[in-house]
Design a protein around this ligand. Structure first.
Ligand SMILES: Cc1cc2nc3c(=O)[nH]c(=O)nc-3n(C[C@H](O)[C@H](O)[C@H](O)COP(=O)(O)O)c2cc1C
Length: 224
């Protein structure tokens, strides 16, 4: 694989927000996880554990999550960011507006934006969800390692033609997830990754997010 092959693979991946219902074969899911497990981690702790749903189990989880989102206030294991300011707030708004424009949610239409937000809890119609957790005792470094695993998982999925989306929203209801999947309390539930085959012609999948330039990212020191 050349650097440009890898760049093309990463450029082709995007967060999918409308899936077809047909399942991904278990051998393919195993292939994705097998590739993702090559992600580096501090001390090679490999803190990631996944609970992967399919078929009726995905539907049962989807229904429970939607119910919880209607009835309860969010209670994630990992605290949400306290605020997004400056450029981070700008980027957050931009990708939000890109989605709303794509699906036809007008600015100020709170009911329509709330409906689109609730699609998170329907797992965007995905046939599978992977719940990612890390040992609480590894703290932010376990979460950091798991972030690398999320990236590796989504890129590996793309290589298999499988669409995906990491979802912090899925981890909003920590108590439900621990209860529903019997995930021990000494593990932090970090996010879900919904995955399956994309509904490519769906409006929610019609836009692509932007990236900052290399010059905005790197502070060069002594590099010619
Ligand atoms: C850890 C993580 C959590 C995310 N949580 C959500 C989420 O809850 N809902 C959502 O619609 N997108 C979520 N996203 C997707 C981001 O919005 C998306 O990655 C970003 O806008 C860049 O777009 P792209 O993935 O299409 O390149 C999440 C992404 C990551 C990495």
């Amino acid at each position: 694989m050349t650097p440009s092959d890898l760049d093309a693979l990463l450029a082709a991946r995007h967060s999918c927000r409308a899936f077809r219902p047909d399942p991904v074969p278990r051998t393919v899911i195993e292939g994705i996880v097998s590739t993702a497990r090559r992600a580096p981690s501090w001390c090679n702790a490999q803190p990631w554990q996944l609970t992967v749903t399919s078929g009726a189990e995905t539907d049962r989880f989807r229904a429970a999550l939607q119910q919880e989102a209607n009835d309860e206030t969010p209670d994630p294991d990992l605290d949400w960011p306290t605020r997004y300011s400056g450029i981070y707030q700008e980027r957050r708004r931009t990708c939000g507006w890109q989605l709303y424009e794509a699906v036809g949610v007008a600015r100020g239409d709170r009911a329509a934006s709330a409906r689109q937000m609730m699609e998170n809890f329907a797992l965007f119609g995905a046939p599978h969800c992977a719940i990612l957790s890390s040992p609480a005792e590894l703290g932010p470094y376990g979460a950091m390692d798991c972030g690398g695993f999320v990236t590796a998982f989504t890129i590996a999925a793309q290589a298999y033609g499988v669409a995906s989306i990491a979802q912090a929203a899925v981890a909003s209801y920590g108590p439900l997830l621990h209860r529903h999947f019997a995930i021990p309390e000494d593990r932090l539930i970090l996010c879900g990754i919904s995955f399956g085959y994309a509904q490519s012609d769906h409006k929610a999948n019609s836009f692509r997010t932007e990236r900052a330039a290399v010059s905005d990212i790197v502070d060069w020191r002594g590099v010619a």
